[in-house]
Design a protein around this ligand. Sequence first.
Ligand code: SAH
Length: 215
Amino acid sequence: MIPDWPEERRQMLEKQLRRRGIHDARVLEAMGRIPREEFIPFESRVLAYADDPVPIGFGQTISQPYMTALMAELLELTGTESVLEVGAGCGYAAAVLGKLAARVMAVEIVPGLARTAEANLKRTGTGANVEVRTGDGSVGCAEWAPYDAISVAAAAPEIPLKLLGELRDPGRLVIPVGARSDQELRVVTKRNGRIDYRVATMCRFVPLRGGEGWH
Ligand code: SAH
């Protein structure tokens, strides 16, 4: 059966995701279902399905759709996991992760964005298993720790130790690490007490602020 998702969303799935190697059917389904335009401020809404990050206010952006998809795919979620998202922004990635895992804790440092994320998740009916907290997620979120998976949507100078500490064994973390201008997207795995990482791609994210970010 071919889902009757809006044309621009189907185009996004095909041209931006599938053709670039996103093959996890659950990720594609989640991004096909979620109305991305609802997470974007009215004045930027014409860009809701653009192949770029789009401004969401407070000097922040919603990630490029491909990045959201890639990070979700790299976490290899099956539906049973507790996930921490650092940098909720407008709440879109949290909504996607919510469709792929059992529950999501989404932390956002800008209070106005945290409120917006909460409202967007609620209005779109995607927030039932997503909690939004205002705070510095670079130091984790003890409330539900440890997490089976952690997704960091802002670039850190190094992998924050507190986040490694809140990652379950076994567990998986994706994070952009590097300079402010450009980073590598690392997939960090914890297994049998051992931590390894590999680089998935080069990328460019807004800086992670706070205790274990940029001061
Ligand atoms: N997940 C969003 C991307 C938002 S961009 C999406 O769906 O596209 C990254 C976000 O990280 C910004 O909103 C920024 O305010 C936030 N951020 C930066 N440092 C942070 C920190 N230490 N803790 C929590 N959020 C942080």
